[in-house]
Design a protein around this ligand. Structure first.
Ligand code: PRP
Length: 222
């Protein structure tokens, strides 16, 4: 089995669909890396090629990006730190883009703070069961029951499924509008660039050159 990996002279990028991909492509454009094909909103095409620069881009579901990169189906990926932590794939994390900033937090109704303080065996709902498990078991040494959900996690404490949630907080408005609060902060998050470990060796110059150019572009923006 051989992926799209750099063996054919192309560098392949897997981008997490949505806002992250849009921001990433905007940044790439400032470096003269464009992909006109990708801007056609009506297109159902999945893979886009820039023949001049020998670059290939595809859009994937966020949590699948580290998978494509680990297996070498993409040389480079852009994904949120949340996804990278949750998936825990063997990839190199090489750059913090600084956008898509938010925080991974334990949230719930204010009274659940006591349950956390006394290390009670509570129920934790999350889209991120691995992050939740690592935080409670390895960092806090608290035994909890983790319940995997796929979205609208804030419902957990509202309907009595769980005591607290582990989720992303950006503006805090979802929590606020539902009478919930941040109880503990786990870590800050943002968009990161990840690289396949073999590609990093085989295409070292091209990839480190790109990282240097991206860092310069990011510095200019800030
Ligand atoms: C995310 C996250 C929170 C919300 C946080 O959900 O899971 O629910 O955004 O943003 P805020 O602090 O600015 O309100 P998303 O919109 O991705 O949908 P989901 O709940 O279906 O995962």
């Amino acid at each position: 089995m051989r992926g799209l990996m750099s063996t054919d002279g192309y560098l392949t990028f897997a981008l997490g669909k949505g806002r992250l991909a849009k921001k990433t492509l905007e940044l790439f454009e400032t470096l003269g890396i464009t992909c006109e094909e990708m801007k056609d909103k009506d297109s159902r095409k999945l893979i886009f090629v820039n023949e001049d620069l020998k670059l290939r881009f595809f859009l994937a579901k966020g949590p699948d990006v580290p998978t494509y990169v680990e297996y070498g189906a993409a040389d480079i990926g852009v994904a949120g730190k949340d996804t990278i932590m949750e998936e825990n794939r063997r990839v190199y994390e090489v750059l913090d883009f600084g956008f898509g900033k938010c925080r991974m937090c334990v949230c719930g109704p204010a009274h659940a703070k006591e349950l956390l303080k006394h290390h009670e065996r509570i129920r934790v709902a999350s889209k991120y069961p691995n992050i939740a498990k690592d935080y409670f078991y390895n960092q806090k040494h608290q035994t909890v029951d983790i319940i995997k959900l796929n979205g609208s996690v804030e419902l957990g404490p509202l309907v009595g499924l769980s005591d607290v949630i582990v989720d992303i907080v950006e503006t805090g408005s979802t929590l606020h509008e539902n009478g919930l609060a941040v109880l503990e902060e786990i870590c800050p998050l943002s968009a990161r660039m990840i690289v396949n470990q073999v590609s990093m060796q085989m295409e070292k110059e091209r990839i480190t050159g790109l990282i240097t150019n991206l860092k310069e572009a990011l510095q200019k923006q800030s």
